[in-house]
Design a protein around this ligand. Sequence first.
Ligand code: UDP
Length: 252
Amino acid sequence: MSKPEKLIVDGKRLDGRGPFDMRPIKFTAGVLKRADGSCYLEFGGNKVMAAVYGPREVHPRHMQNASRAIVRYRYNMASFSVEERKRPGPDRRSIEISKVSREALEGVVMEELYPRSAIDVFVEILQADAGSRVAGINAASVALADAGIPMKCLVSAVAVGKIDGEVVLDLNKDEDNYGSADLPIAMNQFGEITLCQMDGHLTEEEFGRALDMAVDGCKKIHELQKQALIEKYGQDITPDVAQPIEGGETNE
Ligand code: UDP
């Protein structure tokens, strides 16, 4: 789409959403037979598959950590996932996204329980529509829980941005292309932020509002993640049900 004159018309975004609305989200847990845990997620136009293997032996062995498990995360965008065919294989962008996504999740995984082992997370973007890194983190978090990996809680993520001078939740591709800021954020259910990146500019006041919107969006996503696990297991297996997070509260 060429640059539209306006991205917000009469208070509505071009896809009909208000500033606080997210795109439709659908999680399905446990879709891959050969993975220890998996999740398929549709988040607006993003279609994402996450697969988790482990805890398993680390190869190469020199990467082993004697006191805890290592978490490895690979974000990969399929060639056919974007409008202009993406060259297959890792590039600077996917290496960066893999690193920040791993950091967004590793704090909630109880790595100390599995010394010398690896927990491998693979995220495949089958269709991208802006916000694919946050979609990947959301799916990976459910896939980790589906694999039975002990976690302090789930991680939820959403991007906030600025278009036509307004702060809005969950940018789509056109908004990402023609907007003036994009702020992917991940947090656990206690509101502790585990990822915060920013492209573009926001004032301090706008940043505060963006953060509030992200908290609200992540709460809704957390609920959907929990529901996906209940659908698969017939009961609430979300790791945050009874597990206290250090210095935090439980929701028992
Ligand atoms: N994109 C693309 N080709 C690429 C990388 C990205 O078309 O090689 C698109 C894709 O739709 C992606 C969007 O640009 O979702 C925004 O990319 P960004 O780097 O901001 O990451 P994301 O918002 O997906 O986390």
